[in-house]
Design a protein around this ligand. Structure first.
Ligand SMILES: [Zn+2]
Length: 509
């Protein structure tokens, strides 16, 4: 049995995460006792999630149907398909062949009871999917480079500061010191490629008599600060994605992340007991050339992160709608930031237009859209839709009996053809070509029958859920953050916030 790691890079978003990075995240989901399983990496580069005619995807389904697969791991749910109906069908087929399905970003696991709940909810929606997916190829925005200032602070190891002017203002530019840059390259490579802790890295440098050229000493804190600093990376789209996903406010446009220049992270970090909140940090691309390849730099970040994650129970959620909310006026994404405390001393997170805060090209909504309010609204919308659908079908009791009967008839007909085929094979007197032909026909029939049976099973389980409409809506109400995130990631395409603060939800249904 094998474990498939499946990655798809969208054509829709120019800054979408690379397949290699997706696979790295998938690998982190492999449990220690699964390390001996055969890993198969399947990749579809530049394909849309709108249809299933993708080579890697088809190979995966073939292996699934041959019962060679134990588990499928993806980076995000929408890597499988962005069509709700397709997604549900694929999940159904995984279930049929006993394939476990795990998504790294949404904590979605079909083998858990909540995974089942999510599937039920999605199935009910899929059953009533009315409209085809609207054109969701997003427009790419380009902004001319506006920044490039070194934002201040001490000289980063590896660079010297050279006075310069940017946009007629005096500033400082970073210039690499070759001997120090060489050491840095070595440090990133050793940490990124070898299985070393920071402490082991420190002793390795000592052993090899590689000392800082500024007369100081390597400490684990110093090494950690160096490894984390984006000033060294040749920042590309993957680096952009990495910081964006961590909630950092992105000052430079993604189109500038060409894989040449270093970046600077600045602003306030807030350390909570178990995590670092980056929501008040900003990332700006600078005008100096980076010295570390993005791949190796990101590899180091994942390693640092993984080491930090050991012993940590929960991540720091921002909103289960994160990544879905867009400012209608300027079409920039809206990220969550912490607002001022209210009279009860509570800090409320709100959605902030990045077109306003980072690019100064938009005035943003005129009123504050609080995270909890928007979440509540979407939560209510889903409950309402769910209840409505379930009630309707409950009253109608049987959903489309004609279709069920039709399916049964078709299955019956196939079974009869199968019987005839077996009979002919048993009769003998057939040459090899004939036998091959009949076998081919038999497997075609089997596949056709399987599809019909899957569909029948699907209708039945939806019917079963519709028989007790209150339960499912109730379960949804009590689903936790991760599960709401999983359902929303499939059901909601985008949420547009207009200037007056009103909301438009574009559903995937
Ligand atoms: Zn805006």
């Amino acid at each position: 049995m094998s474990i498939i790691l499946y990655a798809r890079k969208s054509v829709e978003r120019e800054n979408s995460i690379s397949c290699e990075t997706q696979l790295e995240y998938c690998k982190m989901m492999i449990k220690p006792d699964e390390r001996r399983e055969k890993l198969i990496e399947l990749v579809d580069n530049g394909f849309s999630g709108g249809n299933v005619n993708r080579d890697g995807f088809q190979t995966m389904m073939k292996l699934v149907r041959q019962r060679k697969v134990k588990k499928v791991i993806v980076y995000k749910l929408d890597r499988i398909s962005r069509s709700l109906a397709d997604f549900v069908n694929i999940m159904q087929e995984f279930k049929e062949y006993g394939v476990e399905f795990v998504s790294s970003q949404e904590a979605f696991d079909t083998s858990s009871p909540y995974g089942e709940l999510i599937m039920k909810i999605l199935m009910v929606f899929a059953e009533f999917e009315r409209t085809s997916i609207i054109n969701r190829v997003t427009q790419a925005y380009h902004h001319r480079s506006e920044l490039g200032f070194y934002m201040g602070g001490r000289r980063p190891y590896g660079f010297e500061l050279i006075p310069t002017t940017i946009h007629d203002k005096p500033s400082k530019k970073l210039h690499p010191i070759p001997a120090e840059a060489e050491q840095l390259r070595y440090i990133f490579e050793v940490y990124g490629l070898e299985n070393l802790s920071l402490r082991a890295l420190q002793s390795r440098l000592l052993d090899e008599e590689i000392h800082p050229l500024d007369g100081s000493h390597w400490t684990t804190a110093k090494l950690s600060a160096i490894l984390k600093n984006p000033i060294y990376v040749k920042a590309d789209a993957d680096v952009y994605d990495y910081f964006e996903r961590h909630g950092v406010q992105m000052i430079s446009a993604v189109s500038q992340f060409s894989g040449n220049f270093g970046a600077q992270l600045y602003g306030r970090t807030k350390h909570k007991s178990d995590d670092t909140d980056w929501s008040e940090m900003k990332l700006v691309l600078l005008s100096h050339e980076g010295i570390i390849d993005s791949e190796i730099w990101l590899r180091c970040q994942r390693k640092l992160e993984k080491n930090r994650q050991i012993g940590r129970s929960s991540s720091n959620p921002t909103s289960w709608l994160a990544g879905k909310v867009v400012c209608e006026k300027c079409k920039h994404s809206m990220t969550t930031i912490k607002g001022k405390a209210n009279q009860n001393g509570e800090l409320r997170r709100y959605f902030n237009c990045t077109g306003k805060s980072h690019k100064k090209i938009c005035s943003g909504p005129k009123c504050t859209v609080y995270v909890e309010d928007l979440e509540q609204m979407i939560d209510d919308c889903i409950t309402e839709k769910l209840t409505e659908i379930l009630k309707e079908t409950h009253t109608a009791n049987v959903q489309d009996p004609a279709e069920i009967n039709d399916l049964k008839l078709k299955i019956k007909a196939i079974e009869q053809s199968e019987k005839q085929l077996t009979d002919s094979l048993l009769l003998g007197n057939l040459n090899a070509d004939m036998v091959a032909l009949l076998n081919q026909r038999a497997s075609q029939l089997k596949e056709k029958k399987r599809l019909l049976e899957t569909r029948l099973e699907q209708i039945r389980s939806v019917q079963k859920e519709c028989g007790k409409p209150i339960d499912l809506a109730h379960s949804w109400k009590h689903a936790n953050y991760e599960h709401k995130k999983a359902v929303a990631s499939i059901l909601v395409h985008q949420i547009l916030i207009s200037e007056d603060g009103s909301t438009k939800v574009i559903w995937n249904i």
